[in-house]
Design a protein around this ligand. Sequence first.
Ligand SMILES: [Zn+2]
Ligand SMILES: [Zn+2]
Length: 352
Amino acid sequence: MTKLRRFSLVAYQQPLCETIVDCPEPKGSEVLVRIERCGVCHSDLHMQEGYFTLADGKTLDVSGGRTLPFTLGHEIAGIIERAGPDAQSAKIGAKVAVYPWIGCGQCAACKAGEENLCNTNRHLGVSADGGFASHVLVPHPRYLIDYAPLSPSFAGALMCSGLTAYSALKRLASRPERGPVLLVGLGGVGMMGLAIARALFHQPPIVADIDAAKRDAALAAGAAQAYDPSDPQARKAVMAATGGGVMAACDFAGSEKSLQFATGVLGRGGKVVVTGLLGGTFTMPVAMFAIKAMTIEGTLTGTLAEARELIDLACSGKIAPIATRDRPLEEAQAALDELRAGRVVGRTVLTV
Ligand SMILES: [Zn+2]
Ligand SMILES: [Zn+2]
């Protein structure tokens, strides 16, 4: 019998361990995918820690909802190896990206196509075993997306950081027609957001990050202007450059300061979409919502339909591929450690 080799969480706040089990035989509509690449994401760090930092020393416990040993990893690209009897549409040998935000299929969110928001979900690498492994079991072929001619590393990254950025940019609706979009926070999601915004919108976006190297990278990748939000003059400069404020912004950092900056440069009728999870507490005089006709909206990853749209957009060649660094699966823990230490530029992808 084929073995499933994986690097698993065996205890919270402890290094991943190699665990080897029998490979599951796909039943019903299930599909067994042999993994080629799995990206390493910031949220994997929180899963390993067992909590998210909220604000003022408060944390959100995320250690429930999964049994250990558990396999992290949700930016998966692989090859269809075996399929259950009810998964005839799965083509054995096909190279696919795996949509990981899989819901229960029964609740109101799932029925509305928002499986990413399902409360009783089977999100791969979050509540069901994920991609730091040789294989992953997927409940239905509809979650598998052909990605040729993209690279497997890029296709995998599109399933989380790419999808998050795409879903956030879509929520800006028609506002980007009225001026440049502002992107705050240029980590993995932010740089992906820049590449996707270049593909979606007529005007190149303006960007903000406290890190000069990230601002330079964004300018090199086509940002129109880059601002340091810690500079007291930055707000005025954005207001002047945009003729009274931006209509559309994404906060990919998700801290008190990043959201203050994004809302502070908003023009009337403007909107900020928040995807970042850095933490902190945001306050705003309530009257400002009406006075500025302002919208603040949050988004969490994206839907299966959005994932398919994004892969289509990328396959058309319109999204510049992001820099990725490949490391062998055995180095999963080292990759997490480097990400935790903030030493990573671009996306780290595990090769299996
Ligand atoms: Zn992720
Ligand atoms: Zn559901």
